[in-house]
Design a protein around this ligand. Sequence first.
Ligand code: ANZ
Ligand code: ZN
Length: 829
Amino acid sequence: MAYDFGTIEPKWQKVWEESGAFHVERGGDKPKFYCLEMFPYPSGALHMGHLRNYSIGDLMARFLRMNGYNVLYPMGFDAFGLPAENAALKFGVQPAEWTWKNIEHMTGQLKKMGCSYDWRRRVETCNPDYYRWTQWLFLQFFKKGLAYRKEAPVNWCESCKTVLANEQVVDGGHCWRCGTAVTKRNLEQWFLRITDYAQELLDCLDSLEGWPERVRMMQRNWIGRSEGVRLSFAIDGTDLTMEAFTTRIDTIFGVTFVALAAENPLVRQLAAVSPKGDEMLAFAEKVMRQNEIERCAAGGEKEGFDTGFFAVSPVDGRKIPIWIANYILMDYGTGAIMGVPAHDQRDFEFARKYQLDVVPVIRPVDGPIPDGSSMDRAFEDEGIQCNSGQFDGLPTREAISKMALWFEENRWGKREVNYRLRDWLISRQRYWGAPIPVVYCDCCGIVPVPEDELPVKLPMDVTVLEGGGSPLPGASHWVNTSCPKCGGPARRETDTMDTFICSSWYFLRYTSPSSKDAPFDFDDVSYWMPVDQYIGGIEHACLHLIYARFFTKVCSDLGLLPKDLREPFTNLLTQGMVIKDGSKMSKSKGNVVDPDEIIRRYGADTARLFILFAAPPEKDLDWSDKGVEGAHRFLSRVFRLVEENLEGLMSAPSPMDVDSIGDKALRDVKRQIHRTIDKVTRDISKERQFNTAVASLMELCNSLQSLKPSSPEGWSVLREGVESLVLCLAPFTPHVCEELWSMLGKNGLVSLCGWPKADPKALEMEDVTVVFQENGKVREQLKVPAGLSKDQLAERVLSDPAVAKRLEGKEILKVIAVPDKLVNVVVKP
Ligand code: ANZ
Ligand code: ZN
């Protein structure tokens, strides 16, 4: 009988499913462990990235289960989103139908992978039972003032025909989904007040020690806290003032122009009283048509317009020209800056182009004051204050703090903290999403849908439009409704929610997936949260992983979660990509390997083993057909090892103490068994080096194969080795291990067995006698632990007191070490 995965895998999947082997409930004596993977979008089929993500997650879930934890390991689908609408157009099916078909298909694929999910807990964000609570949560945000509507210039993707949140504009101004360059539009939209949590989102990052530093850094930069001064300038000849935000108040004496963003309301106000008004407005409008990349790219073309007005410097009454500049953005600080060409490169480029003065007010610590007219770039480093009155001579840091206080004392400005983080724009002009549960009434304005009328269900009898727009505004039978407050005619909100809202709380729903009167049960969520191990892609560093943290904090403040639960994910593992021939697998490159095909040809166990063995989880994984075959051959070998020795194994005596084994070779194998258990345990739990764990299991298998026992002692060692091998492999390749476990006559599932424990006595190395030689002559005999490397052996022998004494005062030319045998030292004669 050969290794027949085609029979073995479905057989054990059925046993697991029918026995409810992986069902969990809250409570009991075991410690809890919540293992979570980022749930997939039901695009139609799993890809290799999924397979990698879930192979890692299932390994960890199974390992912890065997180690005595009560493991929550759920799966679901992030099921709203644009691809369903595109598919609807392409194939003429309803988005709902397409999505549900994919969900069922992908669930089948996940089952074929052998993942140990508690399938009773599956959630689908497009299920009305789920999005009812997404809407309910929105209403709680709304009541708290954390959801609001405002008109603002927002990011628009012309290809997706919808607005986008700032986090969804990536790679310097492109749509995260389709890569189209994003433009700005002025629209009234719904926002969530994530900025209220900016400081806490930043502060808590320090405590997330189980997260990769890279992700924490990306979030810190995204939140972008900066401390500075907001100062105001009177505008000469008007009663207007302008405000600017600067992080470098120490450069105030070097200001040679100020500049407004094109969108700054002052532009209109000044245009109204200026002879050049029309020209000004035309320039502003031209800038507004540029996209963000054109406006802010470092080294991008700076464009400006001289308004002819002057701002009055608060510190010395100097009159400073007011410009409009394309590189000033409206949604940061005050939408206006003080321009300091000598110390800010963008201002420098602007000043050179428009022949504005360059006045240095900081000099290098060890150099003279730069000459403004001949500088070839701004001096942006810290240094010593100059040309700044009573502040001359101060180092930059001190100047910044002293001058900020000086501004406050004179009421010229106020210290202020600014964040780059913006409120989260959540309206989408799309059909396939959770409807925002509000109506618009002519009398009452914005009226939330009463909670007991949720969910506001998406209408199913609409046709997705050819041009790509949402069919909701045109669905008059759905849009027209009555006002819950006054009963008069009202219109439903036709925007749906960003799908990132749906995925901001799914991990809470898993704890109590069928809760009928709350999004999740307080006791369940208190028991299971936080997630102990989260596994997913780095691409979510500044998307899902910020949003989910925000939602957790708000839910905690709303009393839906324990007060002290401020962070959802204790440990985060960001897996690397799967690449083939050096580049990421993608349809466009034509280098895609289909998981289904691999599972059909080699079985799920082989696919999982290859993925876990081929690279450490955080590194990119290079797909190799040879590697897959190697993994398959290894599993066949393990299978044969049990099968061919079955008779002897079944009658073998139970494991023996290492000291009572007479045969040295058998003792060595016994020690190797326990060293392997020890290493695999550490590799999985501490180092997360699953690949090296597999490598040591392969070595163990080799040793066991060459054992060929001829005595009860030998059979005992082989049996212990085989059982340990099967137990240690079980989280990696669960199906074949269940089969081998039952062949070995064991009752019960290997998946639910206890993890093997390394015997400390068998971990100790045996001693060997080595000789110490001087210029080839034997001088000493020493007992050292067996198995030391060359370096370890040399170090050990040279530090022996007797050896050290012999070498005293001699010049060592060379040290030669032969493990377990000798150390020869060549000394100058
Ligand atoms: C004067 C100055 C002198 C500046 C100097 C820098 C260096 P961070 O650190 O990112 O917070 N700034 C302020 N608002 C802006 C806006 N709406 N659009 C474009 N630039 C803006 O950046 C703060 C600095 O960015 C501010 O400090 C301001 O330039 C500029 F030697 O003011 B600074
Ligand atoms: Zn797009």
